[in-house]
Design a protein around this ligand. Structure first.
Ligand SMILES: C[S@@+](CC[C@H](N)C(=O)[O-])C[C@H]1O[C@@H](n2cnc3c(N)ncnc32)[C@H](O)[C@@H]1O
Length: 421
């Protein structure tokens, strides 16, 4: 670690009052404060040219030469993965940094765990599919298959015999678990058709995630040519400095970063429109095609979030829409009602509560039933969803679990109704 710290200082990084140590638990290294920082003070600064982004890599002579062999341009994720595949731990200019990177990761992809997508909660499903696709696409392009396709096996094998699927998987994880959102300039040799917004930033990438406690916010100060992490509130001596990687639930944290958080407020339950409609019907709301069309036009999500004190405004509004009378919807009259700033009529408000409570209990029971049927290794993801439902239900203040309506699954009416599916 000392070699890395010296390397950073020699490159102009500033991080007085911080030290990298291993926090308790299994989270690798973290950054701790050895002094008190006032809110607004920069705690880490480094020159922007030290951000490892696609432009930096493709302009390095080694990679420029290497990429000249390809007929197509690579995307930013592929370029950064390639960089971590090929940099030599001993001879690279980044050697002290490469040596402090984790050797392995606790993500399902790294451990070779392949979830059946149909057993995952909706909140993580698309992300899991996209991640698998991205890893296999990268390993095809940079690895064996790509070489076969391009008939340059011989040259690449001769130049880079160490390039294996395992190496690519490791390099991809380095990028995916450590990259930060930045707005990179366009570069002629980069395929930025899907954007170019990632960079791996040494030292800054030692910051761990805590969405509740985080004190560090990162800013690319283009005008000053530097990258800065600032204290967004006072940081006390001895505290671990955290940033927030995003409002992710635990399934997402595990799949993307290989860890979970106790009491994660990023937990959420996605309620797609067809499930909302089913729940509404169970709660006795007479939903017509007209209601469905208005719901589509309003376009609000019906999700439940662990951070919400009760069902969100958008979920309540969707229920409100479904309670509209035919005459209230005719000729676009619903817009005046739904978008009005006037307080909602107390009677309507009570009706929304009453219906929502039934709907959410039904949803909860459906998720509980689903949880029981899921393989053991993903049950905890569903249990987290049950907890989110519980918090929302508790907000109604009745909290009488014996009164929970039986789910359609229990009643044997419709296997999928009332579940998150
Ligand atoms: C950007 S790196 C942070 C530095 C990292 N701990 C290291 O030793 O290099 C992200 C990785 O740190 C770990 N991590 C970050 N926040 C964590 C937390 N709150 N709990 C456990 N592990 C965490 C995970 O392994 C994640 O993939």
């Amino acid at each position: 670690m000392n070699e890395f710290i010296g390397w950073c200082k020699a490159r102009g990084y500033k991080f007085d009052g911080l030290e990298i140590t291993c926090p308790p638990g299994n989270c690798g290294n973290g950054i701790y404060s050895t002094t008190t920082f006032r809110a607004g003070r920069p705690i880490i600064t480094l020159p922007e040219y030290d951000m490892i982004n696609s432009a930096l890599v493709v302009d390095l002579p080694f990679y420029r030469k290497k990429m000249a062999k390809f007929t197509e341009k690579l995307k930013p994720m592929e370029i950064l993965t390639m960089f971590f595949c090929f940099e030599d731990f001993e001879t690279s200019a980044w050697s002290p940094y490469l040596k402090v990177l984790p050797k392995e990761f606790d993500t399902p992809a790294f451990k070779g765990i392949d979830y059946d997508v149909n057993t995952l909660p909706l909140s993580i499903r698309k992300f899991w599919v996209d991640q698998k696709k991205e890893i296999s696409e990268i390993s095809e392009k940079v690895g064996d298959h790509y070489e076969v396709r391009k008939k340059i096996v011989f040259q690449l094998r001769r130049l880079f015999p160490e390039l294996t699927h395992d190496k690519i998987l490791w390099a991809w994880h380095v990028v995916n678990t450590r990259c930060i959102f930045v707005e990179n300039e366009e570069h002629d040799n980069v395929d930025n058709s899907d954007g170019d917004t990632i960079a791996v930033i040494p030292y800054v990438d030692m910051l761990n995630h805590d969405p509740q406690k985080y004190q560090g916010v990162a800013i690319h100060e283009k005008r000053n040519g530097r990258y800065v992490v600032q204290a967004k509130r006072q940081i006390m001596e001895g505290e671990q400095v955290f940033v927030c990687y995003g409002a992710h639930d635990n399934a997402r944290l595990l799949v993307e970063y290989g860890f979970t958080l106790p009491n994660n407020l990023g937990a959420k339950v996605l309620i797609p429109q067809e499930v909302l409609l089913t729940l509404a019907k169970i709660a006795g709301i007479a939903v017509t095609r007209e209601h469905e069309m208005v719901l589509e036009e309003v376009g609000l999500p019906s999700h439940l979030y662990a951070t919400d004190e009760g069902p969100s405004w958008s979920l309540r509004t969707n229920v409100r829409v479904m309670l509209l009378e035919h005459w209230q919807m005719a000729n676009g009259r619903w817009k005046k009602i739904i978008y009005s700033h006037d307080p909602i009529d107390e009677e309507v408000d009570q009706k929304i509560d009453e219906k929502l409570e039934i709907m959410l209990k039904e949803l909860r029971n459906g998720v509980v039933e689903k949880t029981k049927k899921m393989p053991k290794d993903v049950q905890w993801m569903w249990e987290e969803q049950v907890k989110v439902c519980d918090v929302a239900i508790e907000s109604f203040g009745t909290n009488d679990s014996s009164q929970k309506p039986r789910s359609p699954v229990e009643k044997g009416e419709d296997k999928e109704k009332g579940s998150e599916e």
